[in-house]
Design a protein around this ligand. Structure first.
Ligand code: ZN
Length: 178
């Protein structure tokens, strides 16, 4: 496995529509391993293939934060149910140091293929639902600033933060970028 370079907003590849994966190949497996490694290295909760410059419908997600790692791989994901609503801070590894308020469904059900190209369904709420929506948007070339209410704002890098101090009672930004 290897770290891959994360594309930053302004790179035209981030606005393209990714293509479905037709079959699993050693190269695609390697890509998925690299995506997971790159996501963990950058403390993200999700990463989509176009963010590492590959226009394939693959996303990786792990919303376990400080708990046991729980990597989720979604190939050709389709959101088949979405309900409820949540409004909260969202970030993206392709927009380092920025965040903004985005409203997403509070609950989603997604149908996808796993790494063996077997279909499965996954349900998620709150952060997981947000991450699924955010990552699926990447596959259609959509970046979250198009959905931000108000303006994007700067966030302080976790290592620069005063211990346990958060602004206006907001949750710490650590590990919420996708
Ligand atoms: Zn993102």
């Amino acid at each position: 496995m290897a770290l891959r370079e994360i594309r930053i907003m302004g790179d035209p590849i981030l606005e393209k529509v990714s293509k479905p994966v037709k079959m699993m190949t050693p190269r695609t497996k390697e890509l998925i391993g690299d995506m997971l490694e790159t996501m963990y290295e950058n403390m993200g909760v999700g990463l989509a293939a176009p963010q590492v410059g590959v226009l394939k419908r693959i996303v990786v997600i792990d919303t376990s934060l400080e708990e046991e790692p729980n990597p989720i791989v979604l190939i050709n994901p389709e959101i088949i149910e979405a309900d409820g609503e949540q409004t909260g801070e969202e970030g993206c590894l392709s927009l380092p140091g920025k965040a903004g308020q985005v409203t997403r469904p509070n609950h989603v059900k997604v149908r996808a293929l796993d790494i063996n190209m077997e279909p499965f369904e996954l349900e998620g709420e709150e952060l997981l639902a947000r991450a699924v929506c955010h990552e699926c948007d990447h596959l259609d070339g959509i970046l979250y600033p198009t959905k931000v209410e108000g303006e994007l704002h700067d966030v302080t890098a976790p290592e620069d933060e005063e211990s346990e101090e958060t602004e206006d009672g907001e949750e710490a930004e650590n590990g919420t970028e996708a």
